[in-house]
Design a protein around this ligand. Structure first.
Ligand code: DP6
Length: 334
């Protein structure tokens, strides 16, 4: 019996991981040349306590192929198999896997369900294959296989504020002072999946948007300012650079051919509703590749921000900084 067979039989075989979504404060939009899904810019994010994804991976010698069930329905398995293949290679695992996943995020609605999804999948497969505790700092191989799934996903491996470095493509936590108690109030401004997936949109922006080079070259200053603001617990400075990064990204998107316009009338209604609180510096907003508005405020203001958004939004969620991806089952393995 070869060593890989011994390894595959001794692996835990099954693991369940929960991961929260993360929202970028300084945005990622664009990929470096190559096939490894490395970003062309860094990013700074906040991992949230909810919503998110819970995923179970079960390696099973009786399975002829990988299977993937998302929210109770069979779903395309190819992206899942890519992650599983990476883990199988690392672990010498030969079995196929049954993967089941449950999202509390509106799937593909621009609310970054791919980030919590690939973080949960990658870490669940890692544990199910018996690769053990990924450690602190995180095992680089885990970060890379999760990133190949989705560029924003490594940030959901970590709790709270996290930063992806453009040079190394590694992810690390950014410590905030303990009294820095921010909330992110999410206004869902439309229903249904987004028109253009991030991956396709990024490729189109890089090819056709005249603002793309300026986006990339002006990005490091925003990332440095965002990180400094988190470390200093400077709410106003963080909110200001978050909005600047957001609006630059959307300018780059709008100048893409054909244009990427992710906002809807509901997006603008939410921004307008927050106008008075925004003028007071009590709330700042960010939008991703979708119509929803994410409002950053201090915890003391989360209720008033949510109340302000409720009349104009389809749904309002209040989220706070959350844990990174974590093992739910088996409990003893970590
Ligand atoms: C606008 O991580 O979804 O939300 O790497 O192609 O999977 P892929 O893209 P993805 O892009 C997220 C883009 C964004 C900004 C951000 O989260 O930083």
């Amino acid at each position: 019996m070869g060593s890989s067979e011994i390894r595959s039989q001794s692996g835990a075989g099954q693991a369940t991981v929960a991961a929260g979504i993360n929202i970028a404060l300084v945005k990622y939009w664009g990929k470096a040349p190559g096939t490894d899904n490395r970003p062309s810019v860094g990013s700074l994010s906040l991992t949230l306590d909810a919503p998110g994804t819970e995923t179970t991976v079960r390696f099973d010698a009786a399975l002829p192929a990988d299977t993937f069930v998302l929210d109770g329905l069979p779903a395309p398995v190819a992206p899942v198999t890519k992650v599983l293949d990476d883990v199988r290679r690392l672990a010498g695992e030969t079995r196929r896997a049954a993967v089941t996943s449950r999202n509390t995020v509106p799937t593909a609605a621009g609310l970054a369900s791919s980030a919590s999804g690939f973080a949960a999948l990658g870490l669940a497969a890692w544990h199910a294959a018996g690769l053990g505790d990924p450690g602190t700092p995180l095992d680089r191989r885990l970060v890379e296989l999760v990133r190949r799934g989705s560029g924003s996903a490594p940030r959901s491996l970590l709790p709270g504020f996290a930063r992806i470095d453009v040079e190394t493509a590694g992810v690390e936590g950014v410590p905030a002072p303990p009294e820095f108690d921010v909330s992110l109030v999410i206004a869902l401004c439309a229903v249904g999946p987004k028109a253009v997936k991030s991956r396709d949109g990024m490729a189109a922006s890089a090819e056709t948007s005249p603002y793309y080079p300026a986006w990339v070259s002006s990005h490091p200053a925003d990332l440095a300012a965002g990180e400094a603001a988190v470390r200093a617990g400077d709410f106003g400075a963080l909110g200001e650079v978050m909005e600047h990064s957001t609006l630059k990204m959307h300018a780059c998107m709008l100048a893409t051919r054909p244009p990427l316009r992710y906002w809807t009338p509901g997006t603008l209604a939410a921004l307008d509703a927050l106008g008075a609180l925004h003028a007071l510096g009590r709330v700042f907003t960010t939008m991703d590749a979708g119509p929803h508005v994410k409002a950053l405020c201090r915890r003391a203001d989360e209720a008033v921000v949510a109340e302000t958004l409720r009349p104009v939004a389809r749904e309002v969620l209040i989220a706070r900084p959350g844990d990174g991806a974590r093992l739910v089952e088996p409990k003893a393995a970590r």
